[in-house]
Design a protein around this ligand. Structure first.
Ligand SMILES: [Zn+2]
Ligand SMILES: [Zn+2]
Length: 341
């Protein structure tokens, strides 16, 4: 089978590998689509993982199952999460699935950017989901990114009637826009430098979009909210500047979600005085667990999130390099997916 192995963000190579052998409890999936994640094009993050067959947003068709597998059979259309928890450890019992050692260690083999991938026992039993009839493989590729936004909004505590500011309107920001609207937010405000993205956010239900190059976001939000600011602020970019802006835009008693990690050496300075008297909560949200993927699949099946709305570019696997470049440039695009024959 053909795989795409990333050695560096500027060095992705097609390589040939044997198709993995299926053991008891496992399944082999023929990949049909795989999304390119914002994390996949983040240089410092990928460097520490390379070399690897990247791609963790796959959907495909089961072609073989190992002994003892009863929930899946050849022909089934599935989304498979690349990480799955044990469901029994202390972290899992508290619902902190991404803190489970099994979650961290589990992975699909060799990865999503491969003509076939092996689904280990934990992933198959813990976080592989059947795609309902009517959903495409491309819809299936949206389960993981949607689940990350589901988790982020759950952790934010966003309630109907509240205001939310979403800083950064790439694909993950746009998913937050659609889900915040779905939750019943009173006002959804987005900020991004790229006009294409601001336009998209309006189409997806944002009430107001701001260009940080033109407007002081904090002042514009103050005006829009009659001085109340936003009960929830989602900080998309992993930059300290964006996080500081997020902190200044939060309403008293509000929550700031740090959605993307910054490099290990970055330091965010906070004023305990400001945090304390304004009771601002700083909440990181890393990836997603099996509860979030199930919620995400329901939202996709309900049409809240669809491939039609969010997938702007599709490339064949043979044109992976163009797909990767398109996702990395992140200009006039939202989600880029790779399609397999
Ligand atoms: Zn992802
Ligand atoms: Zn666990």
């Amino acid at each position: 089978m053909k795989v795409a192995r990333l050695y560096d963000v500027s060095d992705i190579r097609f390589e040939e590998e044997p198709i993995p052998q299926v053991k008891p409890g496992e399944a082999l999936v023929r990949t049909r689509t795989c999304g390119i994640c914002s994390g996949d094009v983040m240089g410092w993050y990928m460097k520490k993982k390379a070399p690897l067959v990247f791609g963790h947003e796959p959907a495909g068709e089961v072609v073989e199952v190992g002994a003892g597998v009863t929930d899946f059979r050849p022909g089934d259309r599935v989304f498979v999460h690349h990480h799955a928890p044990c469901f029994t450890c202390r972290a899992c019992r508290r619902g902190q699935f991404v803190q489970c050692p099994t979650w961290r260690a589990s992975r699909i083999i060799p990865g999503g950017m491969s003509e076939y991938f092996l689904v280990p026992k934990e992933n198959l039993s813990g976080d592989a989901l059947h795609l309902p009839p009517g959903l495409s493989f491309a819809d299936g590729s949206l389960v993981e990114p949607t689940a990350c936004a589901v988790k982020s909004l759950r952790r934010s505590g966003l309630q109907a009637g509240e205001k939310v500011l979403i800083i950064g309107l790439g694909i993950m920001g746009q998913l937050h826009v659609a889900l915040a609207r779905h939750v019943g937010a009173e006002s959804v405000i987005g900020a991004d430098f790229v006009s294409y993205r601001r336009e998209k956010a309006l189409q997806l239900g944002a009430d107001l979009v701001l260009d940080p190059a033109q407007a002081n976001i904090e002042d514009a939000l103050r005006e829009h909210s009659n001085g109340e600011m936003a009960e929830v602020v989602i900080v998309g970019p992993g930059s300290i500047e964006a996080m500081e802006l997020g902190g200044r835009c939060a309403a008293k008693g509000g929550t700031v979600v740090l959605f993307t990690c910054s490099p290990p050496e970055a330091v965010l300075q906070v004023s305990p005085y400001q945090l304390y008297f304004n009771e601002i909560r700083l909440i990181p949200s890393y990836s997603c667990g099996p509860n979030d993927t199930r919620d995400a699949l329901r939202l996709i099946a309900a049409g809240v999130v669809t491939a039609e709305k969010f997938i702007t570019h599709r490339f064949p696997f043979t044109a992976l390099h163009d797909a990767y470049r398109n996702a990395a440039e992140a200009r006039d695009s939202l989600k880029t997916v790779v399609e397999f024959p």
